[in-house]
Design a protein around this ligand. Structure first.
Ligand SMILES: NC(=O)C1=CN([C@@H]2O[C@H](COP(=O)(O)OP(=O)(O)OC[C@H]3O[C@@H](n4cnc5c(N)ncnc54)[C@H](OP(=O)(O)O)[C@@H]3O)[C@@H](O)[C@H]2O)C=CC1
Ligand SMILES: CC(=O)N[C@@H](CCC(=O)OP(=O)(O)O)C(=O)O
Length: 350
């Protein structure tokens, strides 16, 4: 039996952080050493998240990265974008394993980060140390990493649903359209007008068309799969849907040569052979209802043969495979644990 690792979760009062607490509490090799919140410092976790009553006894504390790092072997940071740069650097300096859930270390190109996030990067050298935390694509690098930048929720679905086609170089690069829908927890726990019940309920809102900050992340990874940085340009439209959690991503592309559907599906089966968290569908179409609360990414490959498009559909829970679950999957690898440790529960239904 492995030893237990002391873990700390910064930003544990947010949706991604609270999901980390929920999953970490049931992880056989994690001891939660500390959880942070600025606004709820001094309050018990259970008083903020009653679902965790009797599960964790911790009290939130304000984030002091160096002191936090002293008390933990490994840290998860679930802070807003741009707020993670410095805490990550301090935890790295303390020699700890770090999984950062923000976008601060995802983009390898510092100029791209500064352009899309409209803020300077104060630790650009660490961008090259950070491994993009998608285990299905970067497993061996994650296992050796000290710093993992956990992927965004939309990119998780989009990259995984397209990766097998890019790995074979099959896609016409001027034909990639990704149309994705997210539940509202994707926007975090801070209230704002678009997420107010009368605004979001019975609504379906496209936003940031062609301008979303996940565009460079998806393009970076799909280009990387091809081994040609900068090769891929996507058209990406996210939508806000009135669900608490879940992402459904539908991606369209044209292939350089016609490939029949059975052959395409065989290609996906081969690419994802043995992957614990990828489920491939044929007769059923992925739906966020099937993966709620689980670490699965469900993928289906279909073809609009009349019009000549390949259509792939992927579903993830934005807070699990899109955030906390994937972060734990990466941390398991970094700790030398079986990748699926603590993550095997199926979703709830309905
Ligand atoms: N929600 C999602 O579906 C996903 C989120 N992520 C990423 O995870 C991170 C967290 O997201 P999410 O949980 O949605 O966001 P929330 O807004 O729900 O939570 C943010 C957390 O960070 C804390 N925080 C805010 N500002 C600071 C600061 N300056 N210093 C220290 N702590 C701070 C908040 O504490 P408090 O307000 O209590 O003081 C809270 O605990 C983000 O980078 C996000 O992009 C990644 C994938 C999916
Ligand atoms: C619905 C919603 O607002 N979603 C967020 C993305 C969610 C997210 O998790 O962002 P990261 O994955 O980069 O951390 C958005 O569009 O900005």
């Amino acid at each position: 039996m492995s030893k237990k690792f002391r873990i700390a979760i910064a930003g544990a009062s947010g949706y991604a952080g609270a999901e980390l607490v929920r999953l970490a509490a049931a992880h056989p090799y994690f001891d939660i050493a500390a959880v942070t919140s600025e606004k709820s410092a001094g309050q018990s976790v259970a008083s903020v998240f009653p679902n965790l009553t009797g599960v964790v006894q911790h009290t939130f504390e304000a984030l002091a990265p160096e002191a936090l790092a002293e008390r933990a072997d490994a840290l998860f940071l679930a802070l807003p974008h741009t707020k993670s740069q410095e805490p990550v650097a301090l935890c790295m300096k303390a020699g700890k394993l770090v999984v950062d859930l923000s976008a601060d270390y995802r983009l390898k190109n510092v100029a791209a980060y500064e352009q899309w996030y409209q803020t300077p990067h104060t630790h650009p050298a660490l961008l090259h140390e950070a491994v993009y935390g998608l285990p299905e694509l970067h497993r061996s690098a994650i296992a050796k990493a000290k710093l993992v930048a956990s992927p965004g929720c939309y990119p998780t679905a989009a990259i995984l649903q397209l990766a097998p086609l890019f790995a074979k170089g099959l896609v016409q690069l001027d034909s990639i359209v990704i149309d994705a829908k997210s539940g509202i927890s994707g926007a975090g726990r801070s209230p704002a007008l678009p997420y107010h019940f009368p605004e979001a309920h019975e609504s379906l809102e496209p936003y940031k068309i062609g301008k979303h900050r996940h565009i460079p992340e998806i393009e970076q990874e799909l280009s990387g799969i091809m081994g040609t940085p900068g090769a891929v340009t996507i058209a990406f439209t996210p939508h806000l849907v009135p669900m608490n959690r879940g992402i459904l991503s539908t991606a369209y592309c044209k292939l350089k040569t016609e490939i029949k559907l059975p052959e395409l599906r065989a290609l996906y089966r081969e690419f994802y052979k043995g992957e614990r968290f990828i489920r491939l569908y044929e007769d059923i179409v992925p739906n966020p209802r099937y993966i709620k609360g689980s670490n699965f990414c469900d993928i289906g490959v279909y073809a609009d043969q009349r019009a000549g498009w390949v259509v792939t559909v992927a579903a993830v829970d934005n807070l699990v495979k899109g955030a906390a679950g994937q972060a734990i999957q990466a941390m398991n690898l970094m700790m030398g644990l079986p990748e699926e440790t603590g993550l095997t529960a199926p979703g709830s239904y309905p």
